[in-house]
Design a protein around this ligand. Structure first.
Ligand SMILES: CSC[C@H]1O[C@H](OP(=O)(O)O)[C@H](O)[C@@H]1O
Length: 359
């Protein structure tokens, strides 16, 4: 399976060229493939804020490279004052988006490299290596989760099935292959996928523009549906699993993910459809006791009142939270690279994070 996924890999949302971070501009996909180059923290933070690069793991990877870029720039400006300037750059990166914990996890990893070289010259090579390691570790985690998630699906049913997914938790949201889409890709290769239903995922359309495109590129049978059609599909559509990614999972197993995930979870439970959340352990925040503590990003009203930049209505007040929280009680399984947790609880999450695989 691993080799099949690697052979099939086509899409990379970011490229590190030693001093330049190249980002595939996800604001214009799939109709245009344009690359944006970042050479410092400010450009990288803006790219994250403006969703040139998006998706919890991809945001963390981009931020890590942003620190490596900033260190180069600040050290070249001042061999003695670089640490203070770099600290400000890291604050800028930390302020780019609030919900995906991978951003803060990656910045903490980069800070540990700096702390390990306190009082020494700028560890440029070690910062580069740390960012590359974060990128590669995410890619490896996706390959591991793809296999584990596929085996969970096969455990419950060995026939080809209808699946539903929301937003984009694919190669474009990660270091490669995807979390939820990694599982779907592996399930397809294992003959377990009859059809994938992709919620368009208003207002940013990650589903219709990114997920459907990714799956179509891989020859996975997929169709786009309005978010509001999900209830009808779950009642009528023979769907066996809702499979999604996550932006932050708290210590009790609550899950923050793209807005609309919570209503899918309620609908899935009502219609006896299982909900699978796929996320690397860098998405798990054991410092937060429950989802009530997760900061939910609110984005511009324009994202609701305009499509492709064109107004679709008059200037009106708009409520645009871009994440919501699904309680652990509505999650049937969480798949991570450390293992699989069914019916997540605080104790099971502790065991996963401290002792590793449960399955
Ligand atoms: C693999 S995690 C992807 C996760 O991130 C998305 O949010 P956004 O596109 O706003 O960065 C969405 O919540 C996905 O599930």
């Amino acid at each position: 399976m691993r080799e099949q996924l690697i052979r099939a890999e086509q899409i990379k949302p970011l490229e590190w060229r030693g001093g330049v971070l190249r980002l595939l501009d996800q604001r214009v996909l799939p109709l245009q493939q344009a690359w944006l180059e970042c050479r410092d923290a400010a450009q990288t933070a803006a790219a994250i804020r403006d969703m040139v690069v998006r998706g919890a793991p991809a945001i963390g990877i981009a931020a890590a490279y942003g620190v490596a870029l900033a260190a180069r720039q600040r050290h070249a400006e001042s061999a003695t004052g670089w640490r203070a300037a770099l600290a400000e750059d890291m604050q800028l990166l930390a302020a780019s988006r609030p919900t995906a914990v991978n951003l803060f996890w990656a910045l903490e990893r980069m800070q540990q490299v700096l702390d390990a070289h306190a009082g020494q010259d700028c560890p440029l090579a070690q910062l580069d290596a740390a960012a590359i390691a974060i990128h590669e570790a995410d890619r490896e985690a996706n390959l591991c989760m793809a296999q584990l998630g596929m085996e969970v699906i096969r455990h419950y049913c060995e026939a080809p099935q209808h699946l539903l997914t929301h937003c984009n938790a694919g190669a474009l949201a990660t270091g490669g292959f995807g979390t939820a889409l990694g599982v779907i890709r592996a399930a397809h290769l294992a003959g377990l996928v009859e059809h994938v239903h992709a919620d368009e995922t208003r207002p940013w359309l990650q589903g219709s523009r990114l997920t459907a495109w990714e799956l179509a590129c891989d020859g996975v049978p997929v169709s786009v549906n309005a978010d509001s059609a999900a209830a009808h599909l779950l009642r009528e559509g023979d769907i066996t699993w809702v499979i999604v990614g996550a932006d932050r999972i708290t210590a009790n197993g609550d899950v923050a993910n793209k807005i609309g995930t919570y209503q899918l979870a309620v609908l899935a439970r009502f219609h006896d459809v299982r909900l699978m959340v796929v996320a690397p352990s860098s998405t798990i925040d054991m410092q937060l006791a429950s989802g009530a503590d997760i900061p939910i990003e609110q984005r511009s009203a324009d994202e609701l009142l305009r499509v492709a930049g064109q107004p679709v209505t008059t200037e009106l007040p708009a409520f645009n939270p871009v994440f919501d929280v699904t309680p652990a009680s509505l999650v049937d399984v969480i798949v991570t690279e450390r293992g699989v947790v069914e019916q997540p609880t605080a104790e099971k999450m502790r065991q996963l994070m401290q002792e590793g695989a449960l399955h």
